[in-house]
Design a protein around this ligand. Structure first.
Ligand SMILES: Cc1cc2nc3c(=O)[nH]c(=O)nc-3n(C[C@H](O)[C@H](O)[C@H](O)COP(=O)(O)O)c2cc1C
Length: 331
């Protein structure tokens, strides 16, 4: 088997990487071919200053894209050796990937890979059917395999306590006109390569809803189609909250999301209680966990939906000139 990556192999892997989720589908990433490897970068022109002032969301999204990239390269036969934040003077470079020893992908890796194009955020109400114990265990394992933890909130009182924290954070955020304007600017009424399509935005919020939902211009819900009364809520957390921890959390998030998609489960994300520092601390204390909550997910069985658009690979991939001409990576 060949060692080293070809440009076409990396281009195909980037097409998988960009299927990752991102806040408001801003797709805040770039990919750079350099010295026989590939790098994942935050695109500073795609920051959300009001919604994501610290850059946490961009790093989590970049980590999720990195997980897809790793998986795609593994399934192509040459896994990558990864260094996170390899250049202290270039904090926007989240990771550098070089070819590791070629090997066959495992069936589990192939299953996760196959789930990449099927995964999407499902903001609609789920069916009341409970998520089986083995699927719950697999979701926890997915987080642990990426050095994170996943806490599933068990029982009505735990979910109600979480809902109180999440609704408080939602109200804090909604008071900020900059935050509201940013969200409105990323809702897409017609087809676009980025942003949240109104059709994917979920139903409009109603007073009886337990959990807050970001308003992406969704439709009125059908009568009787309320959200599930006892949602499965999962909190993903990392050991710390450095920039590297956030990239690690992004990789774990994507592994959990793909594991869910592979098990036929739908997921929506709610990060309001992560974005408001006091709410995040309340959430951490309510879980009694060390480390830092990085994302909250609602998980269940949903109706079919469709993936949201992405920008073309050529818009996010920086090729060295010679590689573009010869399909060979300069070393
Ligand atoms: C860091 C982060 C935070 C997110 N927060 C929310 C949220 O609070 N509410 C929501 O509905 N979706 C949230 N999402 C999901 C994105 O809106 C979604 O990934 C994006 O619109 C692309 O759609 P897709 O997931 O269907 O591919 C978040 C995603 C990321 C990566």
């Amino acid at each position: 088997m060949e060692t080293g990556y070809t440009v076409e192999q990396l281009r195909a892997a980037v097409a998988d990487a960009i299927r990752a989720p991102s806040l408001h589908n801003v797709q805040p990433w770039r990919f750079r071919l350099r010295d026989g490897g590939i790098e994942v970068l935050v695109d500073p022109t795609r920051r959300l200053p009001a919604t994501d002032p610290s850059g946490w969301g961009a790093r989590v999204a970049g980590g999720a894209a990195l997980f897809n990239l790793r998986l795609a390269l593994t399934v192509s036969g040459t896994p990558a050796a990864v260094r996170l934040r390899p250049y202290p003077s270039e904090p926007n470079v989240l990771a550098r990937l070089l070819p590791d020893l070629p090997r066959r992908p495992t069936p589990a890796e192939q299953h996760l890979y196959a789930a990449i194009p099927r995964r999407f955020s499902n903001r609609a109400p789920f069916w009341p059917d409970p998520v089986p114990a083995d699927a719950r265990w697999q979701l926890g394992e997915a987080a642990r395999a990426e050095h994170c933890w996943l806490e599933l909130l068990i029982g009505v009182s735990a979910v109600n306590a979480f809902a109180e924290i999440a609704n408080g954070a939602h109200r804090v955020l909604e008071r900020d006109p900059g935050y509201r304007a940013e969200r409105a600017a990323w809702v897409r009424a017609t087809h676009a390569p980025d942003g949240v399509p109104a059709a994917a935005g979920g139903p409009q919020a109603e007073p009886q809803d337990l959990l807050p939902s970001r308003s992406f211009g969704g439709s009125q819900r059908a009568p009787g189609r309320d959200f599930e009364p006892e949602p499965l809520v999962a909190v993903l957390g990392s050991a710390g909250n450095t920039a590297v921890d956030q990239v690690v959390a992004g990789q774990a998030l994507q592994r959990v999301l793909l594991t869910a998609a592979d098990a036929g489960l739908s997921v929506s994300m709610l990060s309001q209680p992560i974005e408001v520092p006091t709410a995040r601390e309340q959430l951490r204390m309510s879980l009694g966990r060390f480390g830092t909550p990085q994302m909250v997910m609602r998980i269940g069985y949903g109706q079919p939906g469709r993936p949201t658009p992405r920008r073309p690979v050529d818009e996010v991939l920086d090729l060295p000139v010679r590689a573009a001409l010869t399909n060979q990576l300069p070393t």
